[in-house]
Design a protein around this ligand. Sequence first.
Ligand code: NAP
Length: 546
Amino acid sequence: MNDAVQTARQPATETALDFDAIVIGAGVSGLYQLYRLRELGMTVRVFEAGSNVGGTWYWNRYPGARFDSESWTYGYSFSQELLDEWDWDEHFSGQPENERYLNFVTDKFDLRRDIQFRTTVTAAHYQEDGNCWKVTLHDGSQYTARFLVTAVGVLSASVLPRIPGIETFKGQSCHTHNWPKEPVSFAGKRVAVIGTGATGIQAITEIAKTAGHLTVFQRTAQWSAPLHNSKVTPEEMADIRKNYADIFAKCQETVGCFIHAPDPRSALEVTPEEREAFWEKRYGEPGFGIWMGNFRDVLVDREANRLMSDWLAAKIRGRVTDPVVAEKLVPKTHGFGMRRVPLESGYFEVYNQPNVKLVDLAETPIESVTPEGIRTSDTDYQFDMIIYATGFDAITGAFDQIDIRGTGGVSLKEKWANGPVTLLGILVDGFPNFMMVMGPHAGLGNFPRAVEYTSDWVTALIGHARDSGLTRVDATPEAAKGWTDHVIETNEGLLFTEVDSWMTGINRNLEGKQVRRVMRYSGGHPAFRQRCDAVSAGGYRELALS
Ligand code: NAP
């Protein structure tokens, strides 16, 4: 099909279309994608459901929301001017600073004028006669574009728990992802938090500081380790600025694009003393080193993982005064790192406070939400406020919310009913001119690092199509199958695949999300980039171009 390049030269920008490209979402990915496509001289419209930019960092305003990645590894790397102008205030900066940063970027590059806010995309249908996408918005209006790029995020479709009576509660309630913009006071209030994932752990720690009384409803305990956040001093910022090139280069070398790389040793080949000294050191350092910079076999070898889990369990027991409560906080259903490790700032000590109670739902499950509070199998709790830190319909959820249809009217949701099928996590066969920045089968990790690479790849493909007069680019079914099989292979032998979590496609609150699926590429970002580079350098042979 590549031969068609030679024969089908046409102008890429056709007046009949409203835009050259439509981007869905104005978060970290959508902003960068807009910037890059504009550089190609294209007309672009971004549709964003929120009233401002920021995506994850616009929505998640819950108390305690902050980076678990070092701030200075999380910012965009593409503009030296931007790097020179922006000072990070904290090593792991909080939501307000992150939102300010993304607004700063938006204004600096004058991105706002191409973004339509308070706009939800409800449908996107490929038009075979015009080789373009027709996008329908919540108000029924429709726009066409040659290319459709989704920048909808991995964790953006929030999910309330399936608990009877949830709508009957008379007090205040909200999901952490949909936190109000106005300040929320917990003083003197009886507050409930359901959920102890990375979000719950951040929120609980902060809310416990001021709540009259806080009750935490925990279904599964988490392996959590200290974040060790601190202010960035002017001297440190000067140093960071000087070293940005090295910092970003280091991130590119690691599996998850973090500055933390695994220790090449096995946990089993060192002495118990060396092992514990190493873990003690990691536990005392900021950030994800304890997860991403652990012994090389902790996430793949059962014995290494057991040793690490036992070591961390002792840490939890050492931090919680009441041994019965401590025992409830030690995970029993999965080993360390098999779920995303939440980083905490005094989380376990919260349970030593007189105003905090832990309810273990494994012992006393929730039966219902009542007008006054929450009923478990043994108690009727009364609350002024219920906070749902209950997670997301991850990775594919944001896609499922849009009626996306490719050639022949095939629905993306139906195509992915038994798990995603993609090429490079970017293209889907049968969905021409449709590109995903951080879709399923992408590698997870330090998000902006992966976003910049993926968006650049998408931009190069769109540029190639424009320059070659192509109006239709699609993954071949063979190439999509090949990539999907490869993604499955990269997950083999990793202990996280044996555990229910959003990373394995499980959400116990949703029908159809009860079977574990391969959702992410686990071969590491360097290998991912090699594969993508090979496709573009090879002239996109894995794509049908016309
Ligand atoms: P999550 O990890 O999916 O956790 C959801 C929590 O809610 C779990 O504890 C879950 O229990 C509980 N839950 C769900 N339904 C429930 C029900 N019906 N009854 C009782 N408990 C229920 O979601 P999350 O905490 O929002 O985190 C998702 C991801 O977002 C993280 O893993 C991370 O990647 C990202 N995140 C990042 C940051 C950061 O960068 N700083 C901060 C927050 C989140 P089970 O475990 O039993 O299912």
